[in-house]
Unconditional design. Sequence first.
Length: 173
Amino acid sequence: MADLRYPIGIFSFDDPLTMEVVENWVKEMEVAPFQLREAVRNLSEVQLDTQYRPGGWTVRQVVHHIADSHMNSYIRFKLALTENQPTIRPYFEDRWAELPDSKLPIDISLSLLEALHGRWVTLLRSLKESDLEKTFVHPESGVQTVGNTIGMYAWHGRHHIAHITSLRNRLEW
């Protein structure tokens, strides 16, 4: 049986980072909000409150988590682009997923993601090759480059969308 935690595998990128690679990632980020909206289309409230795997988040929590995570990342990118190797603040994703706003209707986060990704994609498409080497410090995972982090968040969107689509396939929704 496949690992339900990582339906598309764990993010890994060891190839040379080129502007072409980055543009492909940015294209993935551009369409992710619309793919997410399609992944949750016509789900009932009961389905939205179904865990994508035993012990995992509900579909609703996954949607809100993507918005939380991508908002944090967008700010991290702006910090990395405007400051000299800033140290960013991590957050407890699991605790955020338990807060009351993670029980709201998903359209709130779907709309938020469409707007956020509109801004984020514009920012990413403005980057020069030298910007890809700018860095920030994550207190747990160390120094991260802007370039590699673009790939990580392109993967992150696909990863969580696959949680939903694989659940739909398994349960034949």
